[in-house]
Design a protein around this ligand. Structure first.
Ligand code: FE2
Length: 274
């Protein structure tokens, strides 16, 4: 099915495969007990959090580069000393190779990075005025995803809400730009869409959406009774895009000509006593 949407006013489309259905008459985002209820941006569903000093931002970039270099070493791909991770696509030029890399980068944990994660969780907790951290009762180990999107590719996931998956019902999403992130590649979100009723959304079930032959865990949204007009908030290094898991996001086309985009996805869990 053709999936049509816009990002910052420019229309785009691509083919999204799956069995689509309209949802039930229900709003998944809870009015009370959600992690953004104390925020001034709860109707918008997202905000940019400036939470890292420059040196922590640089350390994160450095750690990601180290991870990528070690994967390249495993794949026996030689790199020049001047290697920049934005040049990733010049080395990983087949879908098969890219799949090998993302098998490794889609399930990282805190121990893969030499970062003070506690400080980061504290900053997020202060920002939300709610305690959050990596302890998700539905997971043995946390999942930190390093997303890699080559320029002018379909290295994207479909539009979705993370909250469709049980695992992500009680989390807050943090999306951190690492490299190649700008107004042409940053994650698009749909402001206010966490308040949309499911009966107004046409989507697939879990593991039911495919783009370019690749199937995704999250259900893919293909149509709604509202315009699918996305915007890219475009957080800068040292900032994070913070959003409720019920906000519709995704399809982060990288429209840069010659820069691979790297970003980190963290999901911090609600630690309030229930
Ligand atoms: Fe997501």
């Amino acid at each position: 099915m053709k999936f049509a949407f816009s990002i910052d006013g420019t229309p785009y489309s691509y083919d999204l495969e799956g069995d689509f259905f309209w949802g039930k008459d229900s709003i998944l985002f809870r009015e009370e007990g959600n992690l953004i209820e104390k925020s001034t941006w709860k109707d918008r569903g997202y905000e940019i959090l400036s939470f890292m000093d420059i040196s922590l931002g640089k350390t994160l970039q450095h750690e990601v580069k180290r991870i990528i270099q070690s994967i390249f070493a495993e794949l026996e791909i030689e790199l020049p000393v001047t290697f920049k991770i934005e040049d990733y696509h010049q080395y990983i030029d087949t879908q098969e190779l890219h799949q090998k890399v993302i098998q490794k980068t889609r399930w990282l944990t805190r121990s893969d990075f030499q970062i003070d994660w506690n400080a980061l969780c504290q900053k997020a907790s202060d920002f939300l005025q709610q305690p959050v951290n990596f302890n998700n009762p539905l997971l043995k180990d946390e999942i930190i995803i390093l997303r890699i999107s080559r320029p002018r590719s379909l290295d994207i996931n479909p539009l979705h809400r993370d909250g469709y998956l049980d695992l992500w019902e009680n989390v807050i999403n943090l999306w951190l730009p690492i490299a190649g992130c700008n107004e042409h590649s940053s994650l698009p979100v749909l402001p206010g869409s966490h308040l949309w009723n499911e009966k107004d959304i046409l989507r697939t079930g879990n593991k039911g959406a495919s783009i370019n032959g690749l199937t995704y865990h999250v259900p893919g949204i293909v149509k709604a009774n509202y315009p699918l007009d996305m915007i890219r908030p475009n957080p800068q290094p040292g900032e994070a895009l913070v959003f409720t898991p019920y906000l519709i996001h995704g399809s982060a086309l990288n429209l840069n000509l010659n820069q691979t985009r790297f970003s980190l996805e963290l999901r911090l869990s609600d630690q309030r006593k229930k």
